[in-house]
Ligand binder design. Structure first.
Ligand code: FAD
Length: 342
């Protein structure tokens, strides 16, 4: 690998490649990686550059060829014990090392908990620039322009990153994932080496997972979500029966989570999850822009709300004005009847 002349140079500096940090979830490439590679491939093709990828953690070796199929040209993998858990200091040192040893002007990663934590650290360490939660990146002449949502998803800002390397996190569900092509060829290199123990200033001592069955909110095709209008945890039990009837997953507004009616993992919106189901049923949710930032990508939005003036009706494909407590039992009954007839 060649030496990077200097980190922190401006776009007038020499062109170089794009690096993708490919995150693993339960030993497999996380779904967002395929969106990130899609963006990387689009940029690499327009700039006639190559894509390098880094995979850290258990399952990295098997993920290497999958990254080539997804669109990377060279993949660096390590599944050594030091990288099984995300350790910010250790990962930062290792990733910065890869960037320093190969010519990179853009580092892309998913806007996940890990990406949001690591990206600013990496940019600072390398003397570069950072932009988080981005939807698009383009080159205009010698300018690297990044598009990101602002004002609760109502507008887009375009940011010019003047420093190299630029570290960018990509927002989930903002792009079509790439279809892997198993015929693609590239190089997978094992960079296993012990972590720099001197860099380790924190350690994961425990990890607790919520017991969770059934599909995840992010991948569900149908989501039934409740807000303050549901009135309490017992209201969510009615939503669960509707979800069961429809084969859906239950989500919530921030208010419903803040009030303790639902765990935070169910929150949809700007500071929660971003989803793009085929059908989104919003029950007792007013439709604040911060909420819609997480579900505006749904193909069909059905809103149930008592207030005909609620802003959710401006966003909804279909709307029903009324009390959900009266409407939902009737919907459940009707769906069950239709299912029994078919
Ligand atoms: C920086 C920031 C980030 C935020 N991030 C998020 C986020 O990620 N996700 C999020 O959701 N919010 C977020 N918010 C909060 C957001 O602005 C709203 O306050 C919140 O979404 C409102 O939640 P809600 O729709 O459940 O409640 P409300 O706005 O109180 O709406 C309740 C609705 O229920 C209706 N209703 C009442 N009773 C019934 C009934 N019996 N049947 C049918 N309808 C009924 C009412 O007419 C009303 O429209 C954020 C805010 C800020 C400032």
């Amino acid at each position: 690998m060649g030496e990077l002349a200097s980190s922190g140079e401006t776009m007038e500096g020499k062109p170089s490649s794009i690096l993708v940090l490919a995150e693993l979830a339960d030993g497999k490439l996380a779904p967002i990686v395929f969106e990130v590679v899609g963006l990387a491939r689009q940029m690499a093709d327009s700039m006639q550059e190559t894509i390098r990828a880094v995979v850290f953690g258990r399952g990295a070796a098997a993920a290497g060829p999958q990254m080539i199929a997804a669109g990377a040209d060279t993949v660096y993998v390590t599944d050594s014990a030091d990288f099984v858990e995300y350790q910010p200091d250790v990962w930062l040192a290792a990733l910065a090392n890869v960037v320093r040893q190969s010519p990179v002007r853009l580092v892309l990663m998913g806007h996940t908990n890990l990406g949001a934590d690591l990206a600013p650290r990496l940019a600072f360490r390398l003397g570069g620039a950072v932009a988080t939660n981005c939807e698009a990146a383009t080159i205009d002449g010698d300018k690297l322009l990044i598009t990101r949502p602002c004002y609760g998803n109502k507008a887009r800002s375009i940011v010019w990153l003047k420093k190299l390397p630029a570290v960018v996190t990509v927002r989930a569900k903002s792009r079509m994932p790439v279809e892997p092509d198993p015929r693609r060829v590239g190089e997978v290199m094992d960079i296993a080496r012990p972590a720099d123990q001197a860099s380790r200033r924190s350690r994961v001592i425990d990890r607790r997972a919520y017991a969770f069955e059934g599909p995840q909110l992010e991948s569900a095709r149908v989501v039934v979500a409740g807000g303050r209008g549901v009135g309490g945890p017992e209201g969510f039990r009615l939503l669960e029966s509707l979800a069961q009837t429809l084969g859906a997953v239950v989500g919530a507004s921030r208010v419903a989570c803040d009030l303790g009616w639902c765990p935070l993992s169910m929150q949809i919106g700007l500071t929660g999850k971003t989803i793009a189901p085929d059908l989104y049923v919003a029950v007792g949710i007013s439709g604040a822009s911060q909420h819609m930032a997480g579900c505006g990508g749904a193909k069909t939005i059905l809103a149930i709300n008592m207030d005909p003036q609620a802003p959710i009706f401006d966003e909804a494909t279909l709307g029903v004005v009324g009390d959900y407590k009266e409407l939902i039992p009737r919907v459940i009954e009707e769906v069950r009847r239709l299912k029994a007839d078919s």
